[in-house]
Design a protein around this ligand. Structure first.
Ligand code: NDP
Ligand code: HSE
Length: 440
């Protein structure tokens, strides 16, 4: 029986995600009411342009350009506008009025998270954000609740659907990055400014959110080492496949001992990496995401599914709306941030991983030994080395060879020094590619 008053829900934004959320709230009204024990009344949907085409039919009378007035008196405000402002101000206003807030806005959380959580705590309101990482995949609740009694050691995953889609299309269709990005944008995967995707900013924001939750430490987005995919070439993707790898944009958050101080810290990094074809991450296609969590007692766990897309993300948003609504009806504990561990956040130089370095060198006696010597001097151990003559020895000209060196695990700082030494060596014409390898 439903005898609780209807809960007033305001949705801010009716783009890829917001239009689907509004549609689900209207279409599944009765079922949601039965699950919650109270009806959800969609009181309005704020947009910039009342006449813009929408992915779903939202009754005209629900649309408004006045978000500030819409949120007054709402019980639950669902922020799906994206960007920092006016999203931040509107969320602060909603929280101050006692409304619970649901958001998918990782850029905002990674930038102003502490301020927003503090504002929520001040009035006992809740801020939910399951959709901010991994699209439809439940990953925030598992980290915050299910694993709250365990100790997470490492998170490794694909957390940006757009870049995974692009790299996958380059690999499987030989498409250019520009072509694949255009398709990802048309499918509603990309951010309003896709630089956030291809530049690795979106993945870094998600890594900051995951690392903060997993290690009970505030990790700001700026502290995440970030490299996007803009420098990845079709040639690198093709060469990787020939060698038995795929290129993926990975987010890695780990507990490490700082090689300088010996003390534990948190390192979060986002960068393209070679992943062996046999690794489960290599089979993550399209805009899907996959996140491995390694916890001390639970061991390895894998979370997989749609990482982007309007309707898929709406699932996670609606889950938060239902949680918030149930709390209105039956009470229960709220979600609280936990930053008690307060570990230092380490620089990328503390990372340890494997590398593949590709070079062009003069095809002359002694060159291989010189190159191997440079790696040895910097403490980087060679695991594999492949050589191919890339230009024939012509009349009077010295031939060129391509070397592809796979290393054993090495410390990032040593690798950086090695690459610098190789670049300035007289026997090296060019360092053509340096890629980290994960799951090797
Ligand atoms: P869109 O760009 O598709 O939609 C944004 C919506 O917000 C539009 O309806 C726009 O109005 C409205 N809007 C923007 N600024 C204002 C403003 N100042 N006042 C009123 N309305 C405004 O974004 P998405 O739906 O793709 O993303 C929404 C959020 O969800 C973002 O934070 C994004 O990072 C996150 N997210 C997105 C996913 C996806 O797959 N797309 C997945 C996971 C999270 P109008 O239409 O009139 O221009
Ligand atoms: N642009 C984001 C992505 C949306 O491609 O992953 C989901 O957060």
């Amino acid at each position: 029986m439903i005898d609780y008053r209807p809960l007033r829900v305001a949705v801010l934004g009716a783009g890829s995600v917001g239009a689907q959320v509004a549609d689900q709230l209207l279409t599944h009204r009765d079922e949601l009411a039965a699950r919650i024990g109270a009806g959800l009344e969609l009181i309005g949907v704020a947009v910039r342009d009342l006449d813009a085409p929408r992915d779903t039919a939202i009754p005209r009378e629900l649309l408004t350009t006045d978000a500030e007035t819409l949120i007054v008196g709402a019980d639950i405000v669902v922020e799906l506008m994206g960007g920092l402002e006016p999203a931040r101000t509107l969320i602060l206003q909603a929280l101050a009025s006692g409304a619970d807030v649901v958001t998918a806005n990782k850029a905002l959380l990674a930038t102003h998270g502490p301020e927003l959580f503090e504002a929520a705590a001040q009035v006992g309101a809740q801020l939910y954000y399951e959709a901010a990482v991994g699209g439809a995949i439940p990953i925030i609740r598992p980290l915050r609740d299910s694993l709250a009694g365990d100790r997470v050691q490492r998170i490794l995953g694909i957390v940006n659907g757009t870049t995974n889609f692009i790299l996958d299309r380059m690999d499987s269709h030989g498409e250019s990055m520009e072509e694949a990005l255009a398709t990802a944008t048309a499918l509603g995967y990309a951010e309003a400014d896709p630089t956030a995707d291809v530049g690795g900013y979106d993945a870094a924001q998600k890594a900051a959110i995951l690392a903060s939750l997993a290690f009970h430490t505030l990790v700001p987005a700026e502290a995440v080492h970030r490299e996007g995919i803009t420098d990845i070439t079709l040639e690198q993707v093709v060469a990787a496949r020939k060698a038995g790898y795929v290129v993926k944009l990975l987010a890695i958050c780990e507990l490490l001992d700082d090689p300088v101080t010996g003390k534990p810290g948190v390192l979060a990094r986002v960068h393209p990496a070679l992943v062996p074809l046999a690794h489960p991450l290599a089979a993550v296609h399209g805009a899907n995401n996959a996140i491995f969590v390694e916890a001390e007692a639970a061991g390895p766990l894998m979370f997989y599914g749609a990482g982007a897309g309007g309707i898929q993300t709406a699932s996670a948003v609606l889950g938060d709306v239902v949680s918030a609504a149930r709390r209105h009806v039956v009470g229960g504990p709220g979600v609280a941030e936990s930053t008690h561990a307060d570990l230092p956040v380490l620089p990328i130089s503390a990372a340890t991983t494997r590398y593949q370095i590709s070079l062009t060198v003069a095809d002359e006696p002694g060159v291989l030994a010189t190159v191997a010597g440079i790696l040895q001097q910097h403490g980087v151990s060679v695991e594999t080395i492949q050589q191919a003559v890339s230009a024939p020895v012509g009349s009077g000209s010295v031939g060129e060879a391509t070397l592809v060196i796979g290393t054993h695990e090495a410390v990032e700082a040593d690798l950086a020094a090695t690459v610098a030494a190789l670049s300035s060596s007289s026997v090296v014409t060019a360092v053509t590619s340096v890629l980290r390898g994960e799951g090797l």
